[in-house]
Design a protein around this ligand. Structure first.
Ligand SMILES: [Zn+2]
Ligand SMILES: [Zn+2]
Length: 278
């Protein structure tokens, strides 16, 4: 995709009430330009890079490609993960959705969304080529700076290589740090199955780790060769689909009746499948 180079519009320093010469109206590019005086990354190359990108955003369907300068204090819950220079954080404001004329500001989606912050090793090298490389397997929201280390960091989201967007597999993956069955084999089994779920619907086929306190009215039913069988109500119900606004799964059938098998041989990894079966 060879986008034409953003045109440095002559009226940037003039009255920005002027219309865009390309769109013949006050477009997103103008809204971004009006705000140029209100932020700086402290680095000329990065400022230029973000401004060029923003100037090139005219139509509403181009907004999802807009990069922005995001002050570090707009993140919380910053946690370092395995890789050096990479951490996960919650982004308070969430991504830009569209211009809100009434509030004269950007309307945003996904408040508190989880993002990845990754150190930019050489800020001088940020360029369209650099950005295009990043965009191959990430959603790129903008740039921030850790005030302590002074490192500039990209604000990113992983996208699925297979689907080319953020699919269910990615939502499951993000949550891997937040649960464990306490058994490596079971963890691996659940994780692998979850990673294979790329569809938008039909996620209920993916087993999940369900802690025992998520069940009510647990009643013994019978002995089975595998172990004792119980019936119980599952408080949350099964996953139906990802809810972008809540940044969590929508679920169906709260308090649904499920069968739990207390396996005699807990090395059997089928537990989770049974738990998920109605
Ligand atoms: Zn325009
Ligand atoms: Zn996928």
């Amino acid at each position: 995709m060879d986008k034409e180079k953003p045109i440095r519009l002559s009226y940037i320093s003039e009255e920005l009430n002027n219309m865009c010469e390309i769109c013949n109206r006050i477009c997103n590019s103008i809204y971004f330009q009006r705000n140029f005086d209100n932020w700086t990354s402290g680095n000329k190359d990065i400022d230029q890079f973000i401004q060029d990108d923003q100037i090139s955003v005219h139509k509403d369907n181009e907004i999802s490609h807009a990069l922005e300068w995001i002050p570090y204090d707009r993140f919380y819950g910053i946690k370092y993960i395995g890789k050096i220079g990479v951490c996960r954080a919650n982004w308070i404001d969430g991504k830009i959705y569209k211009w809100d004329d009434k509030y004269q500001n950007w309307e945003r989606l996904n408040q508190d969304m989880l993002v990845t912050l990754e150190v930019i090793i050489t800020p001088k090298n940020v360029s369209i080529e650099f950005m295009n490389k990043i965009k191959v397997d990430h959603k790129f929201y903008g740039i921030t700076q850790n005030p302590e280390t002074k490192n500039y960091m990209m604000v990113l989201d992983n996208i699925c290589e297979k689907c080319n967007h953020i699919c269910n597999s990615i939502y499951f993956q993000r949550n891997f740090d937040n649960w464990t069955s306490g058994n490596k084999v079971i963890d691996k089994f659940i994780q692998d199955t979850q990673l294979s779920v790329h569809t938008k619907y039909g996620t209920s086929n993916a087993p999940e780790w369900i802690s025992y306190d998520k069940f009510n009215n647990i009643k013994f039913i019978a002995e089975h060769k595998l172990g004792k069988i119980y019936k119980a109500n599952w408080i949350d119900g099964f996953i139906s689909k990802w809810n972008d606004n809540n940044q969590n799964w929508d679920r169906y059938n709260q308090n649904m009746v499920v069968t739990i098998i207390n396996l005699n041989n807990s090395k059997e990894i089928t537990t989770t499948e049974f738990i998920n079966e109605v």
